[in-house]
Every structure is written in C-alpha cells, then in structure tokens.
Design a protein around this ligand. Structure first.
Ligand code: ASP
Length: 445
C-alpha cells in the first residue's frame, strides 16, 4: 500500500486526469479479464454491505478475484455485530486492521463511508451512502460514456427521474460538471436535484444554472422547462436571460433513474409517485436531436425504461454494468498501490475546515453524524462563506447557515451575518444555529 492511503469516498477523491488514466488501465484489463490473476495476489477485499446490492458488490468481488486477490464479505447488517450495537468506527478498526487490505462499504447513512475511512487503516471505497453519493457507479457511467462518445468534455447530458434521492445522479452531476458538461435536469415533480447538490456545482465549478426550453419530452416530462447547468463561460452569458431560455436541441445522453422507493418516509407516498412516474422507450426518442443519444441507467430498472428499448442500439445500460468489472479492477489495483496512474491527485479544496463538539451540528437528519456516529463523531464542516456564515458538512455535503458565531475565549457572540464575526480567526470561532444553542453552551449573556 502507498505510504499515504487513498480512499474513494467521494467523486472528488479522484482528479480528472486520474479518472482518464483509470480508463486506460481498465481498457487493458478488459482485453482479457483472465490475464491479471497475479496483479493483487495476496490482498484481501472486505465487502461490507448494509443495504441490498447486486451489481456493485458482485462486480467488486469479481474484480478482486480476477486480480488474484481474495474476498471476505458481510452482506446483511443483521449478520454482523452491527446488529449487536457495534459502531461503524469499531467495525472499521477491526476489519481495516488486519482482516482486509481494502474495504468496500454500502450503508444507508449519508457520510458512513467517510466515518469508516477515518477509522480504517486501509483504503475505503464508498459503494453508496444513503441518498448521498455512489462514486464507483460514476466511474462506470463515465467510462461507458467515454467509450461511446470518445470524450467526456463538454457533453450535453439529460438527467431524469428521481434526482432527489438518486445517489448515482449526485456523484455523476458533480463529475460531469468537472468535465465541463452541460446538464439538463428533468426531474419528476417534487423530486428535484437537492439544492446543496446544485449549489456545489455552482460554487465549486463556477457553473451557470438557468432555465432551458426542452420542448416536448413526452414520456419524460409534461413541462417544457428544465433546469440547465452549463460551464460558466462569459460569452454564453448573454444567451441566458429570463426572456430567451436556450433551446436544448442536442442530447448526448439521457441518464434515467428509478424511483428510489426505499428513501421515502412511507410506502404510501412512494406508491403515490410510482403511478405517474415517467417511462422512456424508443417511442419517446424519435426526434432528430435524439439520433445520437445514449440511454443510460445505473440499474436496477423497474418500469422507467421499456423493454423494447433494450434492442435499440442507443441503449447502453447493460454495457455500464458490464464495464463495472474492468473499471473496478483498475480502481482496486490503484488504491492497493499496485499500479501508478502517473496523474496528479486532485487538489484539495482550499476551504477552511471547522470542527467542534460544541454548538452547530449538521441539519441533515440522514447524516451519519446525526445517526450511527452521533455518539463519537465530532461534526466537521468546510467554511464556504464568512458573512453571512455558510458551512458545508464534510460527511454528507449538507449546507447550514449558522445565525450566531461565538469567540471561543471571550465567549462573546456575534450575528452570523455581521462583519465582526468574520474577524474572529477561524480556529477561535464557535458556530451556533441560534441564540438558544449558544446560551445553552455558556456563550453570550
Ligand atoms: N444501483 C444504484 C444504487 O445503488 C441505483 C439504484 O439503486 O437505483 O444507487
């Protein structure tokens, strides 16, 4: 293993050039999947899956076996000590101690993989953390798209369906924005891309978010209006006025997602949505602008892509699943330090980090710091903006606007939107959601 372990918890943990270099390795592996059985001989992969999975777990296990390594697996929460109350941190210490050389984790709490990465001595891969991210599915998606289109830069990709809960969409949207793609968002009403996902695209990559005219998308949406996300280029600015929404007349790929029923509060509200959920098939793709469109889906498909789409050459969803093996082989070999990608690691965000056991907590109830790890994880945030204060949770990317900022020594309080608060050095600041929380912690008065 390299001296400094690399985890793959978020799509941001790999740089663009590293991703392209992984494709080259995957291409080589894919020429003959059976020719690499000594590449990772002696290494052990642990797959810890606390949520259902078919493709992700099996393709990781297949990838490791093809590389000549071994696999140990815990696939049901109630078959592990989690059912006895063991924490993720303790599981990570044990499995990531001497049991395995790399861990792949799927868990329902957002940020769970970050917790495991913090406590395991070995690399950790996020195979889906609640509705937050699924960065290895994104590698499969990008790799397939790259092979189909010959490039990733500047593609026009339409994301449809349940954009709110689809973790594959969140990681993919972030990745595509980094490759300067334009995103056309056509959500099922009420299941729009979460604000923090969109905001991160805007803030971190300077993308422009506007409305676009998508024309009739029968089957996908009744609405002609879509959210349009483009790489921020000054010369494009003038197009995006409120009066003339740009027309979307060419689509490189449609990424369809299923209704993520398991993320709804109740079964009743999930089935209410299911009856009018969109359906995509060749009938909906007759216009000229869809001639070169690739139809993608992370699978499993339920009813949102008709079976007659399978024979259409534009359908590439089974290819996405197939390429999951070589691309995951490349990722495992890289994280285990067996191959060098010869590409720079991503530049770390230049944002100050803030953490405190007192005061502000992430407001996302599904964040691991409010659930499984509440007892032991100290909330941690990136400071996005000083005034008015705006922070982003390191674990789940949830954004929070604290109303009050205290001085750790004088214990004086300032409004989060007052300039004085920014004069407190970041390491002396203590953020509070409101006055009551500050006073309860002995600040102000
Ligand atoms: N298999 C993907 C996931 O685990 C997509 C899905 O389940 O809809 O997120």
């Amino acid at each position: 293993m390299p001296a400094l372990k690399r985890d793959y918890v978020s799509i941001d943990d790999l740089g663009n050039e590293e991703i392209l270099a992984l494709f080259k390795v995957a291409d080589r592996y894919n020429e003959d999947l059976k020719a690499w059985s000594s590449t990772c001989a002696g290494s052990i992969l642990a797959t810890l899956f606390f949520e259902p999975s078919t493709r992700t777990r099996l393709s990781f296990e297949s990838a490791m076996l093809r590389l000549g390594g071994g696999v140990i697996s815990a696939t049901e929460g109630n078959a592990t000590s989690a059912a006895k109350g063991e924490s993720l941190a303790d599981t990570a210490r044990v499995v990531g101690g001497r049991y395995a050389d790399i861990i792949v984790l799927r868990h329902s709490d957002e940020g769970a993989a970050r917790i495991v990465a913090n406590y395991a001595q070995v690399p950790v891969v996020n195979a889906g953390d609640g509705a937050h991210e699924h960065p290895t599915q994104t590698l499969c998606d990008l790799y397939t798209l790259y092979k189909e289109k010959g490039r990733l830069d500047g593609l026009e990709v339409l994301l449809a369906g349940d954009l709110k809960h689809s973790r594959t969409v969140h990681s993919l949207a972030w990745a595509l924005a980094r490759f300067e793609a334009s995103l056309v968002l056509v959500p099922f009403p009420g299941l729009e891309l979460p604000d923090n996902v969109l905001e991160r695209i805007r803030r971190d990559w300077g993308a422009d978010v506007t409305r676009a005219d998508v024309g009739a998308l029968s089957g996908l949406s009744q609405d002609k209006d879509a959210v349009y996300v483009t790489p921020h280029k000054p010369h494009q600015q003038s197009l995006f006025t409120a009066i003339t929404a740009p027309q979307v007349d060419h689509i490189d790929a449609i990424y369809m997602t299923r209704l993520q029923k398991e993320r709804f509060e109740s079964e009743a509200s999930a089935s209410e949505n299911a009856s009018s959920y969109p359906k995509l098939g060749p009938k909906q793709l007759k216009e000229a602008r869809f001639r070169e469109t690739r139809v993608m889906h992370p699978l499993p498909r339920v009813d949102e892509i008709s079976y007659d789409m399978d024979l259409d050459p534009r359908a590439i969803y089974f290819r996405q699943a197939e390429l999951g093996v070589p691309i995951r082989m490349a990722l495992l070999a890289f994280l285990l330090g067996v191959i060098d990608l010869g590409a720079p690691a991503p530049r770390r965000k230049n944002l100050p980090l803030y953490s405190s056991a007192v005061g502000l907590r992430c407001e996302n109830v599904r964040c691991v710091t409010n659930r499984e790890a509440r007892k032991y994880a100290v909330p941690e945030f990136h400071i996005l903006r000083d005034v008015p204060a705006l922070l982003r949770c390191v674990y789940c990317d949830g954004e929070v606007e604290p109303k009050v900022v205290g001085h750790a020594e004088s214990r004086r309080l300032h409004r989060g939107n007052a300039a004085e608060s920014s004069r407190i050095r970041p390491e002396r600041r203590v953020y509070f959601v409101d006055d009551a929380q500050a006073q309860a912690a002995g600040f102000g008065g």
